[in-house]
Ligand binder design. Structure first.
Ligand code: UDX
Ligand code: UDX
Length: 476
C-alpha cells in the first residue's frame, strides 16, 4: 500500500448532492481528491456554490467551506463533472416504488447521460442503495448507448452513513466495501480510499478525530459487485430486524412488568449480540430502513427465496406505532379536543430529516383524531412544515416548555439529547396534567415518579402520579 500511486489524488465526479452525495463529495475532497459534484437541482447547486450546506449534518458546513472551489466544486453541467473524472459516483435517490422495489429511474437517467458524456475509460460507482444485479443493468444501459465494455467498469461501493454522524462515519468507517468484478476497477477504488486505509489521513493536520487512526486505519473489503449490493441491503435489514426484535421483546416485557432497558443491557453485554440498535421505542423510520427492508424483500421474492422474516420485521415496526398511539389514547381516555405537546419531528436525533419519520406519522394520527398538537424539534421544524403545514389544530412552537403550556400531555417522539435533559419541574408546571408518554425511553421511571409525573414509556411498567389512578385496560 505504500507505493506513490496509491496515495495520488484521483479526479472524481459525484452525481447527486443529497445526504449521501454531498457527504461523499466533501469527504473525498477532505481526503485530498479533486471532486466535481453534479446535481440537476439548480437552486441546490447555487446554494452549495455559495458555501451553504442545505442539510443539517455535523462537520459538513466547515468542511464544505474549507474545500469549496479547491478540492470540490458544484455544477449542474454533467459533462463538466464527467470529462475529467476517473471515477463517477452515482448518488441520486432510489426511492421506494409502488411494489416495494426500489425505483431506479433516476439511476437509469443518470447512466444514460453519463454514456453520452464518456470521453475515455471510467469506473462508474453505485453509491446509492440499489438491488442486486443493478451493476448488470447499468452495464446493459451503457451498451445500449453504444459504450463498449472496455471503456468502463461498474463497482458497487455502498454507503453506511448514519444521518447526523455521516461525516464521521465516512472518514472513520467500520469498513469500506468495494464490489468489483475485475482488478482494474478494484484498484482505482483502493487508490481513492488509500488515505483512510493506509492511515495517512489520520495524521493530516486538522483531520477529523474518530475511532480510526494511523495505527488502526480503516478496513477495505473487496467482493464481487453482487455481494456488495447484497451487503448493503442485508446490513440495513439486519439492523432493522434488531430494532423490531427489541421492540417485540419490549411488548412482552410490558405485559409481564419487566424492564426492557435492563433486558437490552443484559442482552447487549453478550459480545455476540452487542449493545447497539437495541433501543426500544416507537419504531424505526428514515430514508433507508423502511425502503431497504421492502426492497430486499422484493429482491428475495423475485429470486424465489423465502424471506418472510423481513415482512415480520416490517409488521412489528408498523404495529409499534399503533401501540404507541393506543398508549396515548389510554393515558388520556378521549382524544378529541385535547392538546398534546409533541417533542420531536425528525426520524431520529441530530438530523433535520423527516422522511418516513415515526414522529410525523404519529402527529398525523393525532390530528386525524381531533387532537391539538403543539410541536417542537431542534432542527426539523422547517422540513416538517413543508409536509404538515400549521393549521387550526397544529402549531409549531419555539421550545418544549411553550409546547407544554396548558397541554393535557407531552409525548416524546425523537431521541434528541435536549429532550432527555428537560427541566422536569418546569414541564410539570406548564402542563395542564403532568403526563408524559415517552416513545424513546429517555427517562428513568423512578425520576419521573419523583417529579410527580404519570409516565408511560415502551417496555417498562407505567408510573401513575398519585392523584391519577391507574386506568383499567377495559376503559380503553
Ligand atoms: C441516498 C441514496 O441515494 C439512497 O439510495 C439511500 O438509500 C438513501 O440516501 P439521498 O442522498 O438521501 O439518497 O437522496 P436525496 O437527498 O434525494 O439526494 C439525491 C440528489 O440527487 C438530489 O439532490 C437530486 O437533486 C439529485 N438528482 C436526482 C440529480 O442530480 N439527478 C437526477 O436525475 C436525480
Ligand atoms: C441507516 C443505517 O444505520 C446506515 O448504515 C445506512 O447507510 C443508512 O440507514 P440512518 O437512517 O441515518 O442510517 O439512521 P439510524 O441511526 O440507523 O436510525 C434509523 C432509525 O432507527 C431511526 O428512526 C432511529 O430512531 C431508529 N432506531 C435506531 C431505533 O428505534 N432504535 C435503535 O436502537 C436504533
Amino acid at each position: 500500500m505504500s507505493d506513490s500511486n496509491v496515495t495520488a489524488s484521483v479526479n472524481i465526479c459525484v452525481i447527486g448532492s443529497g445526504y449521501v452525495g454531498l457527504v461523499a463529495a466533501v469527504c473525498f475532497a477532505e481526503m485530498g481528491h479533486h471532486v466535481v459534484c453534479v446535481d440537476n437541482n439548480e437552486e441546490k447547486v447555487a446554494q452549495l456554490q455559495r458555501g451553504e450546506t442545505p442539510i443539517f449534518e455535523a462537520h459538513l458546513p466547515e468542511m464544505l467551506v474549507r474545500h469549496l472551489n479547491k478540492g470540490v466544486k458544484f455544477t449542474t453541467d454533467l459533462a463538466e463533472g464527467i470529462h475529467p473524472a476517473e471515477a463517477v459516483f452515482i448518488a441520486v435517490g432510489t426511492p421506494q416504488g409502488n411494489t416495494g422495489a426500489a425505483d431506479l429511474s433516476y439511476v437509469e437517467a443518470v447512466v444514460s447521460q453519463i454514456a453520452q458524456a464518456m470521453n475515455g475509460y471510467k469506473v462508474l460507482v453505485e453509491k446509492s442503495t440499489v438491488p442486486v444485479y443493478t451493476n448488470e443493468w447499468i452495464t446493459r444501459c451503457m451498451h445500449r448507448h453504444g459504450v463498449a465494455s472496455d471503456r468502463f467498469d461498474i463497482v458497487s461501493n455502498p454507503e453506511f452513513l448514519r444521518e447526523g454522524t455521516a461525516v464521521g462515519d465516512f472518514l472513520h468507517p467500520d469498513r469500506i466495501v468495494v464490489g468489483a468484478n475485475n482488478e482494474r476497477s478494484a484498484e482505482l477504488l483502493r487508490r481513492i480510499y488509500a488515505p483512510l486505509t493506509d492511515g495517512s489521513y489520520y495524521t493530516q493536520p486538522g483531520a477529523l478525530e474518530g475511532p480510526c487512526s494511523a495505527e488502526e486505519p480503516a478496513k477495505l473489503v473487496v467482493t464481487s459487485a453482487q455481494s456488495a449490493e447484497i451487503i448493503k441491503h442485508a446490513a440495513n435489514a439486519f439492523l432493522a430486524m434488531k430494532i423490531s426484535f427489541i421492540n417485540a421483546v419490549a411488548n412482552l416485557a410490558e405485559a409481564v412488568e419487566a424492564d426492557i432497558e435492563d433486558i437490552a443491557l443484559g442482552m447487549g453485554l453478550d459480545a455476540r449480540i452487542g449493545p447497539r440498535f437495541l433501543r426500544a421505542g416507537l419504531g424505526y423510520g428514515g430514508s433507508c430502513f423502511p425502503k431497504d427492508v421492502a426492497a430486499f424483500s422484493w429482491v428475495a421474492e423475485q429470486q424465489g427465496v423465502d424471506f418472510h422474516l423481513l415482512s415480520e420485521v416490517r409488521k412489528i415496526n408498523e404495529r409499534q406505532l399503533d401501540l404507541f398511539f393506543e398508549k396515548i389514547h389510554s393515558a388520556l381516555w378521549t382524544l378529541r379536543g385535547k392538546k398534546i405537546a409533541a417533542l420531536g419531528l425528525a426520524f431520529k436525533s441530530d438530523t433535520d430529516d423527516i422522511r418516513d419519520s415515526p414522529a410525523i406519522a404519529l402527529i398525523r394520527r393525532l390530528l386525524e383524531a381531533g387532537v391539538k398538537v403543539a410541536a417542537y424539534d431542534p432542527a426539523a421544524m422547517e422540513s416538517a412544515q413543508r409536509v404538515l403545514p400549521a393549521s387550526e389544530l397544529l402549531s409549531y412552537v419555539a421550545d418544549p416548555y411553550t409546547a407544554a403550556e396548558h397541554a393535557d400531555a407531552t409525548v416524546i417522539l425523537t431521541e434528541w439529547k435536549q429532550f432527555a435533559e428537560l427541566d422536569l419541574n418546569r414541564m410539570n408546571r406548564a402542563l395542564k396534567f403532568p403526563i408524559m408518554i415517552d416513545g424513546r425511553n429517555l427517562y428513568s421511571p423512578a425520576v419521573m415518579r419523583d417529579h410527580g409525573f404519570t409516565y408511560v414509556s415502551v417496555g417498562r411498567p407505567a408510573i401513575y402520579a398519585s392523584t391519577m389512578g391507574r386506568p383499567r385496560k377495559s376503559t380503553i
